[in-house]
Design a protein around this ligand. Structure first.
Ligand SMILES: [Zn+2]
Length: 369
């Protein structure tokens, strides 16, 4: 059920409303002008009268129209048909919806604009922070590198100090070591007649063959000598010292004895070489209780065999082995050269006098280690 008059009426109302608003606006503007004119005329006695009249006429027109439309709209309001009511409600809802949508759209636009601005700002800030971070990382890296290089330098320095300290230590020990102790003796190189070892000590009687005689040895050799004899005795090998340190004078006397005993042959061995080693205080002649002074038969003893197999472990070597190119074989005569050199000689199957003096000198520092 439709009332064909309603759309027409609405269109009419709309048109009139637009007209009315236009007229009202126009009249309003004119009134302002008119007021200005009144102001002007009061100031100048002769204002633009025609403007005032025009505004007045428009005012009348406006009132008339307003009266007319007010009346029509009121009439509709008083007696609306259900369709009209529904249409109004719907129109109202549509208007509300449009309003809400417009408002929402506007808010959305605003928010979006704001968020885009914020995004741009934040992106800028992030870029800035990233730049800073990069700079800090760079700085950090170069600091780390500097630290590392400092540490390297320190390590190198420490190494150098250690090396230097080591060198000093070696030199110190070398200075304190008697160079004669590992010297080779020959017909052309003797030990000075005034040479006396720095530290001599008495060998305990339990290790000495003749109970009424005192034997002396270099104090730093003594510990190894005791170990050697004790270990041999533990292995069932009886071993004693029959002769150790001998002074130059004692030596000269002995040489005389040997010379008497062996005649000119004495020069070959006892003379100036073999016995000069005893003057060092690092050399011993061994015997056994069974052999006693008859130690020339020492070669055939178990003690000799044991010594050839073990003496090097205690730093002792046989000075004049069988068939050596220098002096007669002295199986009883053992010289202390330190464990390092003794082990090397044993490993290489060489004898002390086979080595070059320069090679021997390298072991001087380790002699009493
Ligand atoms: Zn000897």
């Amino acid at each position: 059920m439709e009332n064909p008059a309603i759309p027409a009426l609405y269109i009419g109302v709309a048109k009139t409303a637009i007209d009315e608003m236009a007229v009202f606006l126009f009249a309003f503007l004119l009134a302002i002008f008119a007021d200005l004119g009144v102001l002007n005329s009061s100031l100048h006695a002769r204002g633009p009268r025609h403007m005032k009249i025009f505004a007045h006429k428009l005012e009348i027109l406006f009132h008339t129209r307003r009266h007319y439309y007010t009346h029509s709209i009121l009439e509709i309001h008083m007696n609306p048909s259900p369709v009209q009511r529904t249409t109004w409600i719907l129109s109202g809802l549509v208007l509300l919806l449009i309003g809400a949508l417009s408002y929402g759209g506007y808010r959305y636009y605003e928010l979006r604009k704001h968020s885009l601005e914020m995004k741009a700002i934040l992106e800028g800030r992030i870029a800035e922070l990233e730049g800073n971070l990069g700079m800090v990382s760079e700085e950090n890296r170069s600091l780390s590198e500097a630290l590392y290089s400092e540490q390297q330098k320190n390590a190198l320095f420490e190494e150098e100090i250690k090396e230097l300290a080591g060198t000093v230590d070696v030199l110190d020990r070398l200075a304190k070591t008697d160079p004669e102790l590992l010297q080779k003796y020959s017909k052309v190189y003797f030990l000075n007649e005034h040479y006396i070892p720095s530290n001599l000590r008495k060998i305990d009687q339990e290790f000495v063959y003749k109970q009424n005689e005192e034997e002396y040895i270099h104090s730093k050799v003594y510990a190894d000598l005791k170990r050697l004899i004790n270990d041999a005795r533990e292995d069932g090998i009886e071993l004693s010292v029959i002769s150790a340190y001998r002074s130059f004078d004692e030596q000269a006397q002995l040489k005389g004895t040997y010379s008497v005993t062996y005649g000119n042959g004495a020069n070959t061995f006892s003379a100036d070489q073999g016995y000069s080693e005893h003057q060092l205080g690092t050399t011993v002649d061994f015997t056994t209780k069974a052999l006693g002074t008859g130690f020339s038969a020492f070669e055939g003893s178990d003690a000799y065999t044991w010594l050839t197999e073990n003496a090097y472990k205690y730093g002792f070597v046989l000075s004049y082995p069988k068939g050596n190119a220098y002096y007669v074989f002295e199986p009883w005569h053992w010289r202390y050269v330190g464990e390092e050199l003794a082990r090397k000689l044993n490993r290489d199957k060489k004898y002390f006098y086979d080595l070059d003096q320069r090679e021997i000198d390298q072991y001087l520092i380790e002699l009493f280690d």
